[in-house]
Design a protein around this ligand. Sequence first.
Ligand SMILES: [Zn+2]
Length: 258
Amino acid sequence: MGPTRRILFGALAAPLLALRPAAADDGERLGRLAAAYPDHIARREGADLVWRDGTRMATGAGAPERPFEVMLRDATLADQMRQAYPAGPPAGPPPRNHSPGRLRNTAFFVKMYGDCRHGGAQGRHRTVTWMPKTRPQALPVTTVNDVATRLERVVADLEGLPDRLKAYLVPSAGTFNCRTVADTGLLSMHAHAAAIDLAVAHSDYWSWARARGDIPYRNRIPYAIAEVFEAHRFIWGGKWYHYDTMHFEYRPELIGGS
Ligand SMILES: [Zn+2]
Protein backbone atom coordinates (compact mmCIF):
# COMPACT_ATOMS: atom_id res chain seq x y z
CA MET A 1 0.00 0.00 0.00
CA GLY A 2 1.45 3.41 -1.05
CA PRO A 3 1.63 6.33 1.35
CA THR A 4 -1.45 8.07 -0.11
CA ARG A 5 -3.64 5.00 0.16
CA ARG A 6 -2.41 4.32 3.69
CA ILE A 7 -3.39 7.85 4.75
CA LEU A 8 -6.80 7.50 3.15
CA PHE A 9 -7.39 4.14 4.76
CA GLY A 10 -6.36 5.56 8.12
CA ALA A 11 -8.60 8.58 7.79
CA LEU A 12 -11.64 6.51 6.86
CA ALA A 13 -11.16 3.51 9.10
CA ALA A 14 -10.11 5.22 12.32
CA PRO A 15 -13.44 6.98 13.04
CA LEU A 16 -15.40 3.81 12.28
CA LEU A 17 -13.21 1.71 14.54
CA ALA A 18 -13.37 4.33 17.28
CA LEU A 19 -17.11 4.99 17.18
CA ARG A 20 -18.67 1.60 16.60
CA PRO A 21 -17.44 -0.22 19.72
CA ALA A 22 -17.98 2.90 21.87
CA ALA A 23 -21.64 3.17 20.89
CA ALA A 24 -22.22 -0.56 21.48
CA ASP A 25 -20.48 -0.33 24.87
CA ASP A 26 -22.60 2.68 25.81
CA GLY A 27 -25.79 0.73 25.06
CA GLU A 28 -24.77 -2.20 27.26
CA ARG A 29 -23.59 0.06 30.09
CA LEU A 30 -26.69 2.25 30.02
CA GLY A 31 -28.84 -0.88 30.14
CA ARG A 32 -26.98 -1.74 33.36
CA LEU A 33 -27.56 1.77 34.69
CA ALA A 34 -31.32 1.48 34.07
CA ALA A 35 -31.46 -1.98 35.68
CA ALA A 36 -29.55 -0.80 38.78
CA TYR A 37 -32.23 1.73 39.75
CA PRO A 38 -35.53 -0.06 39.06
CA ASP A 39 -37.56 2.19 41.42
CA HIS A 40 -36.73 5.19 39.24
CA ILE A 41 -35.73 4.19 35.72
CA ALA A 42 -38.24 2.48 33.44
CA ARG A 43 -35.95 1.78 30.49
CA ARG A 44 -33.23 2.91 28.13
CA GLU A 45 -34.66 4.10 24.84
CA GLY A 46 -32.01 4.79 22.22
CA ALA A 47 -29.72 7.45 23.65
CA ASP A 48 -32.21 8.42 26.40
CA LEU A 49 -33.08 7.09 29.83
CA VAL A 50 -36.81 7.14 30.55
CA TRP A 51 -37.80 7.61 34.19
CA ARG A 52 -40.89 6.03 35.68
CA ASP A 53 -42.47 9.49 35.93
CA GLY A 54 -42.02 9.92 32.17
CA THR A 55 -38.98 12.23 32.37
CA ARG A 56 -36.51 11.68 29.57
CA MET A 57 -32.81 12.26 30.16
CA ALA A 58 -30.25 12.42 27.37
CA THR A 59 -27.29 10.13 28.14
CA GLY A 60 -24.65 11.36 25.72
CA ALA A 61 -24.34 7.82 24.34
CA GLY A 62 -22.08 7.49 21.31
CA ALA A 63 -20.14 10.70 22.01
CA PRO A 64 -16.35 10.36 22.02
CA GLU A 65 -14.51 10.16 25.32
CA ARG A 66 -13.30 13.54 26.65
CA PRO A 67 -10.29 14.17 28.92
CA PHE A 68 -10.88 12.91 32.47
CA GLU A 69 -10.68 16.38 34.05
CA VAL A 70 -13.41 17.61 31.69
CA MET A 71 -15.70 14.62 32.32
CA LEU A 72 -15.14 14.97 36.09
CA ARG A 73 -16.80 18.39 36.08
CA ASP A 74 -19.53 17.67 33.57
CA ALA A 75 -20.16 13.91 33.30
CA THR A 76 -22.92 12.65 31.02
CA LEU A 77 -24.72 9.45 32.03
CA ALA A 78 -22.62 7.63 29.43
CA ASP A 79 -19.47 9.05 31.10
CA GLN A 80 -20.79 7.91 34.49
CA MET A 81 -20.64 4.33 33.19
CA ARG A 82 -17.36 4.71 31.29
CA GLN A 83 -14.85 3.55 33.92
CA ALA A 84 -15.28 -0.06 35.06
CA TYR A 85 -15.13 -0.69 38.80
CA PRO A 86 -12.75 -3.63 39.35
CA ALA A 87 -14.19 -6.56 41.30
CA GLY A 88 -12.30 -8.28 44.10
CA PRO A 89 -9.02 -7.52 45.91
CA PRO A 90 -7.02 -4.71 44.23
CA ALA A 91 -4.30 -6.04 41.93
CA GLY A 92 -2.23 -2.89 42.53
CA PRO A 93 -2.55 0.91 42.56
CA PRO A 94 -5.29 2.19 40.22
CA PRO A 95 -4.08 3.35 36.78
CA ARG A 96 -3.69 7.10 36.24
CA ASN A 97 -7.08 8.88 36.22
CA HIS A 98 -8.95 5.60 36.72
CA SER A 99 -11.35 6.59 39.49
CA PRO A 100 -14.48 4.53 38.76
CA GLY A 101 -17.44 6.19 40.45
CA ARG A 102 -16.01 9.71 40.56
CA LEU A 103 -17.72 10.49 37.25
CA ARG A 104 -21.26 11.35 38.33
CA ASN A 105 -24.10 13.04 36.48
CA THR A 106 -25.40 15.52 39.06
CA ALA A 107 -28.89 15.93 37.56
CA PHE A 108 -29.44 12.16 37.74
CA PHE A 109 -28.59 11.87 41.44
CA VAL A 110 -30.40 15.08 42.45
CA LYS A 111 -33.58 13.88 40.75
CA MET A 112 -33.29 10.51 42.51
CA TYR A 113 -32.23 11.54 46.01
CA GLY A 114 -33.54 15.14 46.19
CA ASP A 115 -31.60 18.39 46.41
CA CYS A 116 -30.24 18.94 49.93
CA ARG A 117 -29.44 22.59 49.08
CA HIS A 118 -33.18 23.28 49.01
CA GLY A 119 -34.18 20.86 51.77
CA GLY A 120 -35.39 18.34 49.21
CA ALA A 121 -33.38 15.34 50.45
CA GLN A 122 -33.56 15.50 54.24
CA GLY A 123 -37.18 14.30 54.50
CA ARG A 124 -36.10 11.01 52.94
CA HIS A 125 -33.47 10.22 55.57
CA ARG A 126 -33.74 7.86 58.52
CA THR A 127 -31.33 7.01 61.29
CA VAL A 128 -29.05 4.00 60.94
CA THR A 129 -27.08 2.85 63.98
CA TRP A 130 -23.48 2.38 62.91
CA MET A 131 -21.63 -0.49 64.68
CA PRO A 132 -24.14 -0.94 67.55
CA LYS A 133 -22.10 -3.71 69.23
CA THR A 134 -18.78 -1.86 68.95
CA ARG A 135 -19.40 1.87 69.37
CA PRO A 136 -22.99 2.87 68.54
CA GLN A 137 -23.40 6.01 66.44
CA ALA A 138 -26.63 7.39 64.95
CA LEU A 139 -26.19 8.39 61.32
CA PRO A 140 -28.74 9.79 58.84
CA VAL A 141 -28.99 7.76 55.63
CA THR A 142 -31.34 8.09 52.65
CA THR A 143 -34.23 5.67 52.36
CA VAL A 144 -34.24 6.14 48.57
CA ASN A 145 -33.16 2.91 46.84
CA ASP A 146 -33.32 1.25 50.30
CA VAL A 147 -29.83 2.59 50.99
CA ALA A 148 -30.51 2.81 54.76
CA THR A 149 -31.57 -0.85 54.90
CA ARG A 150 -28.62 -1.88 52.75
CA LEU A 151 -26.22 -0.06 55.06
CA GLU A 152 -27.77 -1.91 58.01
CA ARG A 153 -26.90 -5.18 56.24
CA VAL A 154 -23.34 -3.91 55.79
CA VAL A 155 -23.23 -3.09 59.53
CA ALA A 156 -24.45 -6.58 60.48
CA ASP A 157 -21.70 -8.15 58.35
CA LEU A 158 -19.01 -5.76 59.64
CA GLU A 159 -19.91 -6.61 63.25
CA GLY A 160 -18.99 -10.21 62.38
CA LEU A 161 -15.42 -9.31 61.33
CA PRO A 162 -12.49 -9.94 63.71
CA ASP A 163 -12.19 -7.34 66.48
CA ARG A 164 -8.81 -6.10 65.20
CA LEU A 165 -10.62 -4.61 62.17
CA LYS A 166 -13.08 -2.55 64.24
CA ALA A 167 -10.56 0.26 64.82
CA TYR A 168 -10.84 1.15 61.12
CA LEU A 169 -14.60 1.49 61.40
CA VAL A 170 -15.28 3.61 64.51
CA PRO A 171 -16.00 6.35 64.90
CA SER A 172 -17.42 6.96 61.43
CA ALA A 173 -16.54 10.37 60.01
CA GLY A 174 -20.16 10.63 58.83
CA THR A 175 -22.77 10.02 56.18
CA PHE A 176 -24.93 13.03 55.28
CA ASN A 177 -23.24 16.32 54.55
CA CYS A 178 -24.83 18.79 52.14
CA ARG A 179 -21.56 19.73 50.49
CA THR A 180 -19.71 19.77 47.21
CA VAL A 181 -16.54 17.87 46.29
CA ALA A 182 -13.47 20.10 46.73
CA ASP A 183 -11.93 19.65 43.29
CA THR A 184 -15.12 19.58 41.20
CA GLY A 185 -17.60 21.91 42.92
CA LEU A 186 -20.29 19.27 42.30
CA LEU A 187 -22.47 17.59 44.95
CA SER A 188 -20.83 14.73 46.80
CA MET A 189 -22.67 11.44 47.39
CA HIS A 190 -22.64 12.57 51.04
CA ALA A 191 -25.08 15.32 49.97
CA HIS A 192 -27.42 12.50 48.93
CA ALA A 193 -26.87 10.62 52.26
CA ALA A 194 -25.85 7.58 50.18
CA ALA A 195 -22.20 7.53 51.33
CA ILE A 196 -20.29 6.85 54.53
CA ASP A 197 -16.77 7.60 55.72
CA LEU A 198 -14.98 5.23 58.10
CA ALA A 199 -12.64 6.37 60.90
CA VAL A 200 -10.34 9.20 59.82
CA ALA A 201 -7.40 7.90 61.90
CA HIS A 202 -6.49 5.12 59.43
CA SER A 203 -7.56 6.83 56.22
CA ASP A 204 -5.71 8.31 53.30
CA TYR A 205 -6.90 10.89 50.80
CA TRP A 206 -5.19 11.74 47.55
CA SER A 207 -5.06 15.50 48.01
CA TRP A 208 -3.41 15.15 51.44
CA ALA A 209 -0.37 13.83 49.56
CA ARG A 210 0.00 17.28 47.88
CA ALA A 211 1.92 15.63 45.09
CA ARG A 212 3.03 17.23 41.86
CA GLY A 213 2.39 15.10 38.80
CA ASP A 214 1.46 11.52 39.59
CA ILE A 215 -0.38 10.86 42.83
CA PRO A 216 1.43 8.25 44.98
CA TYR A 217 -1.10 5.60 46.04
CA ARG A 218 -1.55 4.98 49.75
CA ASN A 219 -4.04 2.81 51.65
CA ARG A 220 -4.18 1.27 55.14
CA ILE A 221 -7.77 -0.06 55.07
CA PRO A 222 -7.82 -3.90 54.89
CA TYR A 223 -9.69 -5.22 51.86
CA ALA A 224 -11.82 -7.47 54.13
CA ILE A 225 -13.75 -4.31 55.06
CA ALA A 226 -14.24 -3.13 51.48
CA GLU A 227 -15.33 -6.64 50.49
CA VAL A 228 -18.31 -6.39 52.88
CA PHE A 229 -19.44 -3.07 51.39
CA GLU A 230 -18.99 -4.31 47.83
CA ALA A 231 -21.22 -7.33 48.51
CA HIS A 232 -24.00 -4.81 49.17
CA ARG A 233 -23.12 -2.70 46.10
CA PHE A 234 -21.26 0.11 47.81
CA ILE A 235 -18.11 1.05 45.92
CA TRP A 236 -14.85 1.91 47.67
CA GLY A 237 -12.82 5.12 47.22
CA GLY A 238 -9.71 2.98 47.82
CA LYS A 239 -10.02 1.77 44.22
CA TRP A 240 -9.71 5.29 42.82
CA TYR A 241 -6.57 6.90 41.40
CA HIS A 242 -7.85 9.91 43.37
CA TYR A 243 -8.06 7.65 46.41
CA ASP A 244 -10.30 8.36 49.39
CA THR A 245 -9.80 5.19 51.40
CA MET A 246 -12.38 5.82 54.15
CA HIS A 247 -15.14 6.50 51.60
CA PHE A 248 -17.92 4.16 50.43
CA GLU A 249 -20.98 5.05 48.36
CA TYR A 250 -24.00 3.14 47.04
CA ARG A 251 -23.44 2.76 43.28
CA PRO A 252 -25.23 -0.39 42.10
CA GLU A 253 -24.72 0.53 38.44
CA LEU A 254 -20.99 -0.13 38.85
CA ILE A 255 -20.99 -3.33 40.88
CA GLY A 256 -23.02 -6.51 41.24
CA GLY A 257 -24.26 -7.83 44.60
CA SER A 258 -27.41 -7.99 46.68
ZN1 LIG B 1 -16.69 10.29 51.89
